[in-house]
Design a protein around this ligand. Structure first.
Ligand SMILES: [Zn+2]
Length: 433
């Protein structure tokens, strides 16, 4: 996969298993990137990103009768061209109209993205203003205090054990401490731990960090931290540093001092192992017209996967499409409107809708699904990509259910059955609206 050359582009994959993400308390639960036709893609993360693309004429919402396949098509910068719209409609004709009705009433739309478009200007990611972070400062500060208080006993124990060398007990304590951090971060918080999963790859990349530190003549650690989240201008670095300082208070300086004493010169000069430093859930991404915008860290990872260093969508992207959970938008690469991608992404949206409308049904259905998924990872399933994670398993189930049911039934009868149950529930929900 060809992605941008900014540090953000080097972010490692997020865990593929459902995790309680610290990022704004959101659930990171599945991949929503379509497989490339020839070769399944193993990008392991998604974001519940937001889009602002308008619905195609709200009057369509009041149309009576069976849903027309075109009801999901977006307007605005990601509107399909007539020929693309026709192809998408042909594709979506295979889907049960009642299922489309459910998605339409939930505000799901489908847009087409072309190479060279500004990813941010497609409206797919919510942009945050500086004021949002300022307004959240008291809450972020008290979160940081709660985290420090909760983890202090673990930090002391870890320090003692570390002096004695590696041990199992040390690993246990580190895990416990990590979960104490996450437990003390409220849902929707704009403060996140510095060592969030998406930065983990970089934090272990001592060479990369060391280079960054050298380029900046050993700045204080917050400069490097700011650079890691895409800050380029002095104003951005200053803004970021001020936020990190305000959130963590004197704790930050203690961590700096401890970091400077560390023997390993490749380490960032902030001791993140000994101190739980929180950072704003903030990254700076190129807006496609020479400037940049503030977005959530997780959304920045999405942007980096779709766009080049200047924020333009890349021409030979191996990402075929994506469903954005937060805003309920689907983006499909223009070259993939005739592929399985649109229905694959519909699959993600259907799962999401059913979960929102009928959590009870979803809970019991998903536990069966999870068991089937685990078996499928051993025995094989309808496509290699379906084995990526449970979310892709479902989306591939839905895509094949409509596109090639015979193959699905043959390769993975359990997934066929479970997909049918999910779609029946979705159709039932859609019909009753
Ligand atoms: Zn997917």
């Amino acid at each position: 996969m060809k992605i941008a050359s900014t540090p953000l582009a080097r972010l490692g994959p997020l865990p593929q298993k459902p995790v309680k993400s610290s990022l704004s308390g959101r659930q990171v639960d599945s991949v929503c990137i379509s497989p490339a036709a020839e070769k399944p893609l193993a990008i392991g993360w998604l974001a519940r990103a937001g889009l602002t693309v308008a619905l195609l004429g709200s009057s369509l919402a009041s149309l009576a009768g069976p849903a027309s396949p075109s009801i999901l098509l977006a307007s605005g910068p990601v509107a399909a061209r007539p020929a693309e719209a026709a192809r998408l409609a042909t594709r979506l004709q295979k889907v049960d109209p009642a299922v489309l009705q459910l998605l339409q009433s939930d505000g799901v739309t489908m847009g087409v993205v072309r190479p060279g478009q500004s990813f941010l200007q497609t409206g797919v990611l919510p942009v945050r203003e500086s004021a949002e972070y300022q307004a959240q400062m008291p809450a972020m500060r008290s979160t940081a205090q709660a985290v420090q208080k909760a983890t202090a006993p673990y930090a002391q124990g870890i320090e003692r054990l570390r002096a004695q060398g590696p041990s199992e007990r040390l690993g246990d304590l580190q895990r416990q401490r990590r979960s104490m951090v996450l437990d003390n971060i409220p849902e929707g918080s704009l403060a996140v731990p510095y060592s969030i999963p998406s930065l983990a790859g970089l934090l272990h990349d001592h060479d990369g960090l060391h280079k960054l530190v050298q380029q900046q003549n050993m700045p204080k650690g917050t400069t490097v931290m700011a650079q890691l989240v895409g800050a380029r201008t002095p104003a951005q670095i200053q803004e970021y540093t001020k936020l990190v300082e305000a959130i963590n208070g004197p704790r930050l300086d203690q961590a700096r001092q401890a970091g400077l004493q560390a023997a390993d010169p490749g380490l960032i000069p902030i001791d993140i192992k000994g101190f739980d430093i929180l950072v704003p859930d903030l990254a700076y991404v190129p807006d496609g017209s020479g400037g940049s915008a503030r977005v959530s860290l997780l959304d920045a990872s999405v942007q980096a996967a779709w766009a080049d260093g200047s924020g333009k969508t890349i021409s030979n992207s191996s990402i075929n499409g994506q469903y954005f959970y937060q805003s309920r938008r689907i983006l499909v690469q223009s070259a993939k409107v005739s592929a399985q991608t649109p229905i694959h992404e519909i699959g993600h949206a259907v799962e999401d809708s059913v979960q929102r409308h009928d959590p009870k049904f979803y809970g019991s259905w998903h536990s069966k699904l999870y068991t089937a998924y685990q078996r499928a990872t051993q025995n094989g399933t309808v496509s290699e990509y379906a084995g990526t994670n449970p979310g892709e398993y479902v989306a591939e189930g839905v895509a094949h259910f409509y596109e090639n049911p015979t193959l699905l039934r043959q390769k993975d009868p359990q997934l066929f059955q479970l997909t049918q149950e999910l779609l029946q529930k979705a159709a039932q929900l859609g019909s009753s609206l």
